[in-house]
Ligand binder design. Structure first.
Ligand code: PGA
Length: 254
């Protein structure tokens, strides 16, 4: 059975002490509840807080991810953080790649996404690869073409062995931070489309094993109906991951 994941993308929020409070709050609450053993809770804090968060990553429910990684191995790349560095922190097991904010504000192309995925896999960190269309593309009914291109150009150079274990997050850009969520039908339709792409390229087994998350204004009030869909395996949560109560309520929505 494929893994179900609720991952919190904190983005560029919180001071160190606020971040410490949030993660310890999340851990306290996780201890008080009963989660399905197949559910993995991940927090993705800013780089300076990764190590602090990994101090808590001793429970099998709970893992830590980074929000970004360099597409280069090492060397003269001022300001960059490599996959090797993330790995050397130990217990950084995931990393978000290709988030729409990185694509829009920092010029992250599908080729860069592919290079980052390669770096992460070389250092045994699981990429959480984001895809999704902007509003104009949805209005022009081009969402499937856009997502097909992002998945094909970002991921389909991988061997089946490499692809196995990749996590995909479908995040329609018009739903991110806008309060406007995709309907459960829109999410399911795109998730099934993505799973079918994987099936065509890598076969049924890998397609069925791949965790595909939904992201975009996912919150306690809509998580249940989103996660109830057969191809929606959890969520990548922005705003609602900054409050422990909301984040945990979403983790309980399966
Ligand atoms: P949001 O962000 O939940 O605040 O819409 C999701 C994301 O960008 O990953």
């Amino acid at each position: 059975m494929r893994k179900k994941i609720v991952a919190g993308n904190w983005k560029m929020n919180k001071t160190f002490s606020e971040a410490d409070e949030l993660v310890s709050d999340i851990m306290d609450k996780l201890e008080q509840i009963e989660l399905d053993r197949n559910v993995q809770v991940i927090v993705c804090p800013p780089f300076p807080y990764l190590e602090m968060c990994t101090d808590y990553a001793n429970d099998s429910y709970f893992a830590v991810g980074a929000q970004n990684v360099s597409d280069q191995e090492r060397g003269a790349y001022t300001g960059e953080v490599s996959a090797e560095m993330l790995k050397s922190l130990e217990l950084v097991d995931y990393c978000i790649v290709g988030h729409s904010e990185r694509r829009a504000y920092y010029g992250e192309t599908d080729a860069i996404v592919a290079a980052k995925v390669n770096q992460l896999l070389a250092h045994e960190i699981t990429p959480i690869v984001c895809c999704g269309e902007v509003l104009e593309e949805r209005e022009a009914n081009r969402q499937f073409d856009v997502v097909r291109r992002q998945i094909t150009d970002g991921l389909f150079h991988l061997t089946p062995e490499q692809f196995n274990g990749i996590v995909i997050a479908y995040e329609p850009v018009w739903a991110i931070g806008t309060g406007k969520t995709a309907t459960p039908e829109q999410a399911q339709e795109m998730h099934a489309f993505i799973r079918n792409l994987i099936n065509e390229k890598y076969g049924e087994n890998i397609a069925q094993e791949t965790t595909i998350l939904y992201g975009g204004s996912c919150k306690p009030s809509n998580a249940k109906e989103l996660f109830a869909n057969p191809d929606v395996d959890g969520g990548l949560i922005g705003g609602a991951s900054l409050k422990a109560d909301d984040f945990i309520a979403i983790a309980q929505a399966f």
